[in-house]
Design a protein around this ligand. Structure first.
Ligand code: MSP
Length: 649
């Protein structure tokens, strides 16, 4: 190992997660962002880089006010109750944040008011009349163009869209448009991945950037930070929330601390909050005369099948349930390894079991067990010292270790934790292959014990390097592994060296398997108490169908080509679908649950051989499948990308 090349490429690291709304239970999406931030913070600390890791909760705004009303308690009490869920989850997941900010804390509200006053005094915020559409769900003012309403439909017919006419306060965001385009062009590392950078640039180049409405009249929304220059208004929740990244580290309160950490090195976000973080946020900072963060990294979504997880769909994965079943470290590993940072990934229990069994139980856990078993059997449980720590015959292994170390160092600037984990697991597999080639079970039969000792030590020291590299991802399990190898925890950067670190005189401890193999499961792990599927009882009664009867229904996948409302009804949509071999028209009663534009391009499931029926004068050839419960209706879809017309059954 060349220690020069292991020098960290940065001298400080300030990482943030979005602050989570307290109207909801934490789910896998929240856990993902926070785990990635934690893993990166731990890697930087391992390399001795001064690190500050911030997370917290977003406690103002309409969503929180509505949730509190539904619970029948004041918003602050509601926030106090729900914030604990996040804090407990982070404890259980081993999250090592340095600060947890709640936007209802005085340190935040006071600083936000100071910022508002400063911008108002400087003319960056002005008062004006607004008359237009407002989206209650996203709490934003929207234009008809944004809504893409079909001809003849009024935005007022769309769910959650209302007309508003009121005086408000606006931030002069539009004046920073040209500056922002130039800044993004000159700083390729600001928005990652690259395609998200293009998305923001495309948005800025093609859409007119208006000024940002930063107030809400108290008559409409009480739950927010009061504007210091007009007590009849509260601050728009996003303007307040974004400022958490600077109020927490002392802006307007502790300038020395602020100067130490700002600008942030990395702001991790989900792709749905790209515009707020790459348009609103940099222009706000520019208006305040503050530097822009180095990188805003937008990750993808965890999907269930091809649908986003959401509470209303009842398909949300509960992190506490996963941790209870598989342990915090296995869950952390799955999150990091399964998702390419920046892309979407599908969650399923089967994917979890696959990843766990192949990487953790087989490749890593078995390696430790084999090594400990052989050391016990052939060497009395102690790993003898050898003249050479790394076997000269282990070229492939040495190269794999070096690649893994370098991948981790690169990750300190690319943030691609998933890539680093791939390289580390490749090194683990290289150790397994090395053992196969060296066959210590044969070497143990020879009189000359040196080759056996060299093999065992080479493999064990390589495993120590891999365990050190994996420590930020699975801190508890890797401490267990280190203890089994006779190493004191916690690890440090010297544990990445080739030089031997495992004491020759300590008996290695063989306890149970580090990652016991798990049986693949098919049940879904969701928040919301969906009842388990009923057991199939093999008796014949009138509710039971035979396989032959079932097969008479021709279920197929179909791609939606076009979708449009059926005139004079509010419930029906007319869909043109591609069934692989043919195009069909079907009429479906789903207009209260899906907008036409949400359907186009999606793969659905239809009964293709249903007798045709005329509905409102339209010939419908087939029926789509959907599930409904508690007033909700959701389409049945397939897990993965299959061509239209694929048979189901
Ligand atoms: N409060 C705002 C953020 C303000 S930051 C100044 C917010 N909160 S949130 O709780 O709704 O979402 C927080 C993060 O969780 C977002 O980045 C969002 O993308 C992420 N996730 C929510 N659902 C997700 C998945 N299904 N998958 C991955 N992450 C997703 O937005």
């Amino acid at each position: 190992m060349n220690s020069i090349r292991l020098r960290p490429p940065v001298d400080r690291f300030y990482v943030t997660t979005p602050i989570y709304y307290v109207n909801d239970r934490p789910h896998i999406g929240h856990a993902y962002t926070t785990v990635i931030a934690d893993v990166l913070a731990r890697y930087h600390r391992l390399f001795g880089v001064p690190t500050f890791f911030l997370t917290g909760t977003d406690e103002h705004g309409q969503k929180v006010q509505q949730a509190a009303r539904a619970a029948g308690i004041p918003p602050k009490d509601h926030a106090d109750r729900t914030v604990v869920r996040f804090q407990e989850l982070w404890r259980t997941l081993g999250i090592t944040h340095d600060d947890f900010i709640r936007t209802t804390e005085p340190r935040h509200t006071t600083a936000v008011q100071a910022v508002l006053q400063e911008l108002y005094d400087r003319g960056e915020i002005y008062r004006a009349e607004y008359d237009g559409w407002y989206d209650i769900t996203s709490e934003t003012f929207v234009s008809e163009r944004d809504l893409a309403v079909p001809d003849g439909v009024s935005p007022a017919d769309l769910p959650g869209i209302i007309r508003i006419r009121e005086a408000n306060y606006f931030f002069r965001m539009s004046t920073y448009r040209d500056w922002l385009v130039e800044y993004i062009e000159a700083h390729p590392e600001l928005i990652r991945p690259e395609f998200r950078r293009n998305e923001t640039l495309g948005f800025l180049r093609t859409k007119e950037l208006g000024d940002l409405c930063i107030s809400r009249p108290k008559s409409r929304l009480e739950w927010g930070i009061e504007l210091p220059f007009d007590r009849d208004y509260v601050c728009y929740v996003w303007f307040d929330a974004l400022l958490n990244y600077i109020t927490s580290i002392g802006h307007t309160r502790d300038e020395a601390m602020f100067a130490r950490w700002w600008p942030a090195s990395l702001q991790l976000i989900g792709k749905d909050i790209l515009t707020t973080h790459t348009v609103y946020w940099p222009t706000m900072l520019k208006a305040l005369g503050l530097p822009i963060p180095r990188t805003v990294f937008a990750h993808g979504w965890w999907l269930m099948g091809d649908a986003k997880m959401s509470k209303s769909l009842g398909n949300v994965v509960d992190p506490l349930d996963m941790i209870g079943r598989y342990g915090a470290d296995a869950f952390r590993y799955f999150l990091v390894a399964e998702m390419t940072l920046g892309q979407d990934a599908a969650f399923s229990d089967a994917a979890f079991a696959r990843r766990y069994n192949s990487d953790l139980a087989n490749d890593l856990g078995n390696l430790l067990s084999r090594l400990l078993t052989m050391t016990t059997r052939y060497c009395g449980g102690r790993l003898p010292a050898t003249a050479r720590s790394v076997d000269a015959a282990s070229g492939e292994l040495a190269a794999a270790l070096d690649t893994a170390r370098q991948a981790v160092v690169s990750m300190l600037t690319t943030y691609r934790v998933d890539e680093a984990v791939v390289a580390i697991l490749a090194a683990v597999r290289a150790i397994n292959r090395y053992l196969e080639v060296r066959a210590p079970w044969h070497q143990a039969k020879a009189d000359d014990r040196v080759p056996l000792h060299v093999t065992l030590r080479t493999a064990a020291e390589a495993l120590r390097v891999c365990a050190t590299l994996l420590h930020p991802v699975m801190p508890v399990k890797m401490d267990e592994l280190r203890t089994a190898l006779g190493l004191a925890s916690p690890p440090s950067i010297v544990d990445l060296a080739d030089e031997p670190r495992i004491p020759p005189d300590m008996p290695l401890k063989l306890s149970g398997p580090l990652f016991p193999r798990m049986e693949p499961t098919i049940e879904l792990t969701t928040v919301g108490g969906r009842p388990p599927p009923p057991k199939v009882i093999a008796t014949r009664n009138k509710d039971v169908v035979s396989i032959e009867e079932f097969r008479r229904s021709e279920l197929r996948t179909a791609r939606v080509l076009t979708a449009e409302p059926v005139p004079n009804t509010s419930k029906l949509l007319k869909l043109e679908i591609d069934l692989g071999s043919e195009r069909r028209t079907i009429v479906a009663g789903i207009a209260h649950h899906y907008r036409p534009e949400e359907l186009v391009g999606r793969t659905i499931v239809v009964i293709a051989n249903l007798v045709a029926a005329k509905i409102r004068g339209i010939e419908s050839h087939g029926m789509l499948l959907a599930a409904s419960a508690r007033g909700q209706l959701r389409l049945v879809t397939v897990d993965g990308d299959l061509p239209p017309g694929s048979p189901i059954g």
